[in-house]
Design a protein around this ligand. Structure first.
Ligand code: ADP
Ligand code: MG
Length: 405
């Protein structure tokens, strides 16, 4: 009998009706002879009373600068509530279930509050419960550090919990249940023409997740890839098979020229572009000084371009004030542009396939969109632009490359 880890996102546990749908999925997997571990997210989205953002708003209304330890303490509650409720709902459906916090499920993390990483998992209690025929319902997104404090794993962290538990338990697969049919060629909320994909490779999924596709957390993909656990993205509210994320379609194996260079389009919003003038200061050391001091302040930067006379990069809008303070403190001349976004085309072996970049530039230019900056990798090309251009850009690139056809 194999183990399956089933993770249910916020919308899947938002109401009694949706919990009934969840129970049906769990029952079906058990009926097919599997042992099931359930991982849950917090119920619903802001302004739902126990959604993570609602809880964070609540604590912020008492205190402007909430300490990260306390922020994690409250942020972890949403999942604990879901776990207790879902375990009770499963019991009412005749299943033997038990709720658990991340720590009770054996999840230890490093000490990096709000974005902790899992350091180890002691599966003994989970294994014992499974042996006894009990369905553990684990609160996602959380663990405990070595001092015994509650930590959280960053936005979308329940996916990571599920993938990590699946790896530790040597599960047959991890199923991520959400509100879409599976992985599409773009976010269907902004690109209505986005197509469903039956099978996506770990590599493509990791790249898409890293470049903004929030259908699954990048760390969850990384863990699934490392442990070679198939990851299935499915809809709680339908019977469809979902998207299997594994080594990828057979046709890709061994071929060096993919039929299509682009397999998906992703986007992000809420980024700030920073441009620092370092002319007049001595080249390399200055760039290094900037990078070091931002790293020391814990500000993560992206799309970094170093030139002899300037340094350009992006930060999340929420880090913009701190970035400005840091650079002003160092005496730099700089400009910032808040409210930007990125759109990326993602595919296997994109570098070296002629003409992808020129097609990207042409499609955006034809749509009248200004590209502020670009960056590329082996598997992707990303363009920075104004936030209001992001939707149009994603659609324009989707129709230019027709991924998934
Ligand atoms: P959950 O709360 O279940 O974790 P999320 O909101 O984190 O759900 O993720 C599901 C959402 O991801 C979808 O509603 C969809 O808008 C978005 N999404 C972004 N990119 C994609 C994509 N390529 N395929 C499918 N959904 C995507
Ligand atoms: Mg999610």
């Amino acid at each position: 009998m194999g183990i399956i880890v089933q993770k249910f996102g916020g919308t899947s546990v938002a109401s009694r009706d949706s919990c009934a749908k969840v129970a049906a999925k769990v029952k079906k997997a058990i009926g097919a002879g599997n042992k099931v571990v359930v991982v849950v997210s917090a119920m619903g989205r802001r302004p739902a009373p126990y959604a993570t953002d609602t809880l964070l708003d609540l604590i912020s209304s008492y205190c402007q600068e909430v300490e990260s330890r306390e922020r994690d303490a409250i942020a972890s509650c949403g999942e604990v509530i879901s776990a207790a409720i879902l375990a009770s709902a499963l019991k009412a459906e005749g299943l033997n279930a038990m709720s658990m916090t991340g720590f009770q499920a054996g999840i230890m993390t490093d000490g990096n509050f709000t974005d902790a990483r899992i350091s180890s998992i002691d599966t003994s209690r989970l294994s014992m419960l499974l042996e006894e025929g009990i369905v553990p319902v684990v609160a996602g997104f959380q663990g405990m550090n070595r001092s015994g404090d509650i930590t959280t794993l960053g936005r979308g962290g329940s996916d990571t919990t599920a993938a990590a538990l699946a790896a530790a338990l040597k599960a047959e697969k991890v199923e991520i249940y959400t509100d879409v049919e599976g992985v599409m060629t773009a976010d269907p909320r902004i690109v209505p023409e986005a197509r469903f994909q039956k099978n996506v490779s770990y590599h493509d999924m990791a790249e898409m997740a890293n470049l903004g596709s929030k259908v699954v957390h990048p760390r969850a993909v990384e863990i699934a890839m490392k442990s070679r656990t198939p990851l299935v993205i499915r809809n709680t509210f339908s019977e469809s098979e979902g998207t299997v994320v594994d080594d990828g379609p057979i046709s890709d194996v061994g071929s060096t020229v993919p039929d299509k260079p682009v397999s998906g389009i992703t986007h992000t919003l809420g980024v700030t572009r920073v441009l620092i003038d370092i002319s007049g200061k001595s080249g390399e050391d200055v760039s290094l000084e900037v990078l070091n001091s931002l790293a020391a302040a814990g500000i993560s930067i992206d799309m970094i371009s170093l030139f002899a006379d300037r340094v350009a990069f992006i930060v999340s809008d929420k880090d913009a004030d701190r970035t400005e303070a840091c650079l002003s403190g160092m005496g730099f001349e700089f400009s910032t542009k808040r409210g930007c976004g990125t759109v990326s085309v993602v595919g296997q072996i994109m570098r070296g396939i002629p003409g992808v970049m020129s097609k990207v530039v042409k499609a955006l230019r034809d749509a009248g969109i200004e590209i502020i900056q670009t960056s590329d990798s082996h598997n992707s090309i990303s363009c920075l632009m104004r936030a209001e251009d992001v939707e149009r850009a994603a659609r324009a690139l989707h129709s230019e490359f027709e991924p998934g056809m």
